[in-house]
Design a protein around this ligand. Sequence first.
Ligand SMILES: *[C@@H]1O[C@H](CO)[C@@H](O)[C@H](O)[C@H]1NC(C)=O
Ligand SMILES: *[C@@H]1O[C@H](CO)[C@@H](O)[C@H](O)[C@H]1NC(C)=O
Length: 371
Amino acid sequence: MVGRGLWICKPRFGKRGGRLGVVPYLCAAAATAALLALLFVDLIESWVTSIGMNTAVEPHAGIIPPQSVPPTRPEEFLLMPSPLVCQRAKPYLITMVVSAPANQRARQAVRDTWGGEVEVRGLRVMTLFMVGVASDPGLAKLLIEEARERGDLIQGRFLDSYSNLTLKTVSMLGWARRFCPQAHFMAKVDDDVLFNPSALLHFLNKSRNPYEQGDLYLGRVHLHVAPDRDPDSKHYLPSGAYPPSVFPDYCSGTAYVLSRSALLKISLAASASPLSTPLPPEDVFVGLCARTAGVLPSHCPLFSGGPGVPYGRCCYQAMVSVHHVPPREMLHYWAGVHTSLPCSWLSRRASLGLCKVRSMIGSALGLEQGL
Ligand SMILES: *[C@@H]1O[C@H](CO)[C@@H](O)[C@H](O)[C@H]1NC(C)=O
Ligand SMILES: *[C@@H]1O[C@H](CO)[C@@H](O)[C@H](O)[C@H]1NC(C)=O
């Protein structure tokens, strides 16, 4: 539109300038448009995603009556903090970090950075770790010690393996429903994610959310994903286990957020669903349960999803989650993000735009592996 406006101005430039006289203006207009697109790349992304999203609620969707699902029992967990942990701490946000028994360094990096915070923007936050049973007896012993020392481990009664990740999520949702109904929001985060509770709480506050009461299932939404029918793939899902040709829209499992009411509905649907084998991937399973419960996902461009995001101090201050961050980088980036002054509005916008564009180019070229 800006371009067309300039063409209309053409005659004013007279014969001497001719067509060429307009070129600099066109270039300036194109540069301005590119700059604006860069500054507001997240809004453009939200808009494009919302066009592709399926917003029809399943006709039979609805909340599963709590009394039809047996309550989560403490015996389902081999290790866990005091059952009163949430009653005492009353967290506004509880973050459940899904971790493997061997990833002690990753857990420590989380504790030493964002997971160590107890108050963010004046609200209480709490971080706990979710693990399964270690097959190695030495590792199992170390976990018991770690739980005693730190008091932040929850261990479900299932073997910790990649193909059991969905069981870990079912267990995590059950734990949160039973032992942490006080939290207004629950975040599920992987242990290689640099999470930013402050950016999340800012986002929730800024959206002047009706979510505190209503349903929220927030993250990077994956649209129209087809099940993997390749028997050699680690996400193989035969059509016998899941007949439809696409999954419902779901949030990337690297990091997503549920409001209290969405957590209740989704976890009840998860506990009520038959756990056939093989189970769909963890994040797809949550998406399926959300659909059963009539909860739609919401897209937030501040969640990185699978692809990594190149480091930029102001960009990382704005992002809610960044994936593929090894322990050493986590300490390093957090120090850069957290101990420095807040970035100005313009530098945050510009840095966010640049790192998003670089990340998009990276994943388009296949430099970064997605999920
Ligand atoms: C939410 O926004 C209000 C008004 O803009 C502000 O006063 C308040 O401190 C914010 N709360 C959080 C948690 O950011
Ligand atoms: C998942 O956990 C169950 C219960 O511990 C176990 O029997 C099963 O072998 C595990 N599956 C895999 C693939 O590790």
